[in-house]
Design a protein around this ligand. Structure first.
Ligand SMILES: [Zn+2]
Length: 354
């Protein structure tokens, strides 16, 4: 078993966007409960970690943005945009969410852990440098990547985002730099409106944004092909020093906000490919963080699939969510019809050997 860390904290359940809001504490509660049941989570490392301070948030966000979110502390509900609400402890939870990613990266580079899964709320990938947006207060992945550039001197970080929605905030944070490569697979056109295949970054960042916009309805076989034929080859060519994954389970079958058809098998396969890429190019340095996902069963099974692959438990008995050898064989050779992938490959070919 690899040394896989799980980042979790009950403070993440204290961010309350309001009654009936899809981004509810139950999304994490079902995962935490599953890990606590029968000692399932007991083989994982549970590091101590704390919140980041304003200086770290400012690596990616404006002073005004930090001031606005921090000002919600202690207030019952504050609307930051039409669907992004903060409650009394949301700012604290958001600082701890970023803290989880930063601590995970630090420990991965110190060699204390092999990889990590940050089971955090609020999510981050829609948060812009200047604004909270789309259920996200701070951009967890973007702040953590900036921290890794500044504190660890990293020159190449690959961010793979498989949430149903395009991570506009993450793309915008890095579209002019070659220090990060942002690769997103998402439904398009759809919320938030960004993410066409023609958005490739600019100046030094040209080619360092790769978008795979999908029409909707895609499942395990299509996603497997995307990872086999595009994500892995781009990772091999970019040779990142660290891979971060923005993991959304809203691509799973039955999600109330989406119509993708991915199952826990597909999630396991995508994670397996990222583990493989990290092992090949960056000594296994991989951190996965939770973004969206609104179907509670998919949250639970998807998380177990991710953890099984990160830890290398998936091939062993006793782990409840496992990819069968037969399904893995099918996914490895997927030739699913996916014109959107073919178009994305044609565009990416200008920059990458795909
Ligand atoms: Zn999403």
């Amino acid at each position: 078993m690899r040394r896989t860390a799980i980042y979790r904290d009950d403070l993440f359940l204290q961010h309350q966007p309001g009654y009936g809001h899809p981004e509810s504490p139950d999304r994490l509660r079902v995962i935490y409960d599953a890990l606590d049941k029968d000692g399932l989570g007991s083989g994982f490392i549970r590091p101590q970690f704390g919140p980041v301070n304003e200086d770290v948030l400012r690596l990616n966000h404006s002073a005004e943005q930090v001031r606005r979110v921090a000002a919600t502390q202690g207030h019952e509900t504050v609307a930051l945009d039409a669907d992004t609400h903060a409650s009394a402890r949301s700012h604290e939870a958001a600082c701890l969410a970023v803290g989880a990613l930063v601590d995970g990266i630090r420990r991965i580079f110190k060699g204390e852990i092999d990889n990590a899964f940050c089971l955090v709320r609020p999510p981050g990938h829609h948060a812009e440098q200047e604004n909270a947006m789309g259920f996200c207060l701070y951009n967890n992945v973007a702040v953590a990547a900036r921290w890794a550039m500044q504190e660890l001197g990293l020159q190449r970080i690959m961010i793979v985002d498989w949430d149903l929605h395009h991570g506009n905030g993450t793309q915008h944070s890095f579209h002019e730099t070659d220090q990060a490569l942002y690769l997103s697979v998402h439904k398009y056109p759809y919320y938030p409106g960004t993410g066409s295949a023609m958005e490739n970054g600019m100046d030094k960042g040209e080619g360092r944004t790769v978008n795979v916009p999908l029409p909707g309805g895609q499942g395990d076989m299509e996603y497997a092909r995307i990872f086999n034929e595009l994500v892995l080859p781009v990772a091999r060519a970019y040779k990142p020093e660290l891979i971060l994954v923005s993991c959304g389970f809203d691509i799973c079958k039955g999600d109330p906000l989406g119509d993708m058809q991915v199952t826990a098998d597909g999630i396991a396969w995508m994670t397996r490919k990222m583990v493989e890429a990290a092992a090949e190019v960056c000594s296994g340095r991989l951190l996965v963080t939770l973004e969206g996902g609104y179907g509670l069963n998919a949250m639970r099974d998807g998380s177990l699939a991710v953890l099984g692959e990160l830890a290398g438990l998936a091939q062993e008995g006793g782990w409840p969510v496992r990819l069968s050898a037969e399904k893995a064989e099918q996914l490895a050779h997927s030739q699913a019809d996916c014109p959107a992938l073919e178009l994305a490959i044609l565009i990416a070919r200008e920059f990458w050997p795909v």
